[in-house]
Design a protein around this ligand. Sequence first.
Ligand code: SF4
Length: 237
Amino acid sequence: MARESRKSLLERTARIAAALARLYPEARISLDFRTPWECLAATILSAQCTDQRVNQVTPRLFAEVPDVRAMDAAPAGRLERLIVGAGFFRQKTRALKGAAHAILERFGGEVPSRMEDLVALPGVGRKTANVLLGHVFGQPGLVVDTHVRRLARRMGLTCEFDPDKIERDLQALLKSAEWTRFSMRLILHGRVICGARRPRCGACALAVDCPRIGVAGVSRAGSGAKKRKDGAANQRV
Ligand code: SF4
């Protein structure tokens, strides 16, 4: 395939972003939370777990362990029992308690709002930090999860595999004000149309601007009616 010019790539990305905005205007994360700490805790719990399962676990967790101080003080065994439904409960208990302790020690109990401070917390990587930036602190946060990674590569918006490099490539193609919503919309599109095993290119509104890199064949599964239904589907990711 001929190398695409920068101008063409920027124009194509803008068309993809506009199409995604029409499909998923209100896209946002589907984790339930009320405070910065709850958002951080829920995002830590969501690693290798569905948001739906996390949302089943967090009401009781947040009722019994309501804040950073309580999390720091809670016995590990009690926490493990509270979050067992989210999987990897020992590892996640360590991450939750480690993050709570660090927030108390270094930030007076307030979840920090800067990327460099967030990623310095135990159990917090750029993906989690970007969720916080975009959904709690009103700053641009481009979340690169497995869907964003897969779709950005298929769409030819990056040729990288490393999430940090993919984040950098996408940031360079978009205005910072678009970062959060664009990544949420890509995640939704990955769930409803561009699945890992069977991308439904025949039902995809982005097909005209997608080179489908790495996609073996074009699936014809899904009708126009199905596509409209998908587009109007749950806008939380
Ligand atoms: S055209 Fe196919 S590969 Fe490209 S975004 Fe749509 S479903 Fe995914």
